[in-house]
Ligand binder design. Structure first.
Ligand code: SOE
Length: 393
């Protein structure tokens, strides 16, 4: 039985989701030979990282990234940090011979993303980006249905990723609101997920026409981030907000399909509304993360009078990630729904199998370069106005 000894950088929201996934994979995926070892948790604040390691079950801690990648008892570096250090860490980890798992978006821009891809390919290590929503069973079912021709020729991609957690103008400028740290706002944080799904489910995007807006122009400077209190303001100073709060985009796919996408943190009442609809010559599907176990399906093959959207509850063994290889349910019986954390467990499971096989599971860094190219075209379009071509990888 192999082990994959993990060094995780970052221990807040995504660090917690990834830590849980490493702990849960052996329980829900017993067939996977390689067992993750929570070897070392890395963070600059020693007291905080020690506390997080104790709470989440990490064996050891490091406060210096260079020391982490120098360890010979680490096989995989997992980067769950703010965006501005993703690529520098990925390159160094690859050069140290470590496999690399990185949170989305891979990079701050396309050039950086290409550097990261070049580094992991040169090092011959396994690489993957954590676009976790692909592995919601209902989303993977949508992929299967489209690939099997259930929708026929695809005409439309329509997505909305709506949140409302940054609407309070008194909310300090957390890292996701700082261009120097995040690279962009709703664009890279939320639309990146929708773009990854669009590229996977529909195909390559040739050009976009995009507009963005910053609704809250200045915020209290960030004082600190408390595990309980969250972000706290720092001494009354205000800082200019230099990222988008909301983004809308048109997209033209290489296969002729038309796309409309939007992402915002200013949609009151929507908490994590990652929604998409695909229309084809034979039918439509609709996915809504806030009803994650369901897929709405309209089939043009249904007999007249009985046609209509039906709700597929993707909780059966036959559905992706939900059946054990030798039969039986992987998680729970039908109808016993699963949640957000299971998308990370499923993602990490595929990563471990990829490491066993020496293959980089999608979305890998090459896929992430394509997502970054669309993000960059969106920014170019919003800056210049009009349509912008998407650079090919
Ligand atoms: C933003 O709040 C955020 O945490 C994104 O950064 C994640 O990628 C998304 O899955 C949930 O919302």
């Amino acid at each position: 039985m192999g082990e994959v000894r993990v060094g995780l950088v970052g221990y807040s929201f995504m660090g917690r989701a990834h830590s849980n996934a490493y702990r849960q994979v052996p329980f829900y995926f017993p067939e996977i030979e390689s067992k993750p070892v929570l070897q070392a948790l890395c963070g600059r604040n020693e007291a905080a990282v020690q506390a997080a390691a104790a709470a989440m079950g990490w064996e050891d801690v490091e406060t210096d990234f260079e020391a982490l990648i120098a360890r010979d008892d680490i096989d995989l570096i997992d980067i769950a940090t703010p965006n501005n250090v993703h690529v520098a860490m990925a390159i160094k980890a690859a050069q140290a011979g470590k496999h690399v798992f990185c949170e989305k978006p891979l990079a701050m821009n396309l050039a950086e993303a290409r550097q990261a891809l070049a580094a992991v390919e040169a090092a011959g290590v396994v690489h993957m980006v954590c676009h976790n929503y692909r592995r919601a069973p209902a989303v993977s079912l949508a992929k299967q249905m489209i690939a099997d021709g259930a929708l026929g020729t695809i005409y439309h991609w329509r997505s909305q990723y709506l949140q409302d957690w940054m609407m309070d103008p008194e909310m300090p400028a957390v890292w996701r609101a700082q261009k120097a740290v995040a690279g962009s706002g709703a664009l890279g944080d939320l639309l990146a997920h929708s773009i990854d799904l669009a590229l996977w489910l529909v195909g390559d995007i040739e050009r976009v026409c995009c507009d963005m807006e910053t609704f809250v122009k200045e915020r209290p400077a960030l004082g600190g981030v408390d595990a309980t209190l969250g972000a706290t303001a720092g001494g009354g100073e205000k800082v200019k907000v230099d990222v988008d709060d909301g983004v809308v985009a048109l997209a033209r796919f290489a296969n002729g399909a038309l796309g409309t996408m939007e992402a915002t943190r200013f949609a009151p009442g929507h908490k994590n509304y990652n929604w998409f609809e695909v229309n084809g010559s034979k039918g439509s599907i609709i996915f809504n993360l806030e009803r994650m176990n369901e897929l709405e399906y309209y089939s043009g093959d249904d007999e007249g009078g009985l046609q209509g959207f039906r709700t597929i509850q993707a909780t059966e063994e036959v559905h992706p990630f939900l059946g054990l290889p030798d039969g039986g349910g992987r998680y729970w019986p039908p109808g016993h729904i699963i949640g957000y954390e299971h998308t990370f467990i499923n993602t990490v499971a595929d990563l471990l199998v990829g490491i066993e096989k020496g293959e980089s599971p999608a979305p890998n860094f090459a896929d992430a370069v394509k997502t970054q190219a669309v993000l960059e075209a969106c920014e170019g379009s919003a800056d210049a106005g009009g349509w912008a071509e998407v650079e090919t990888a």
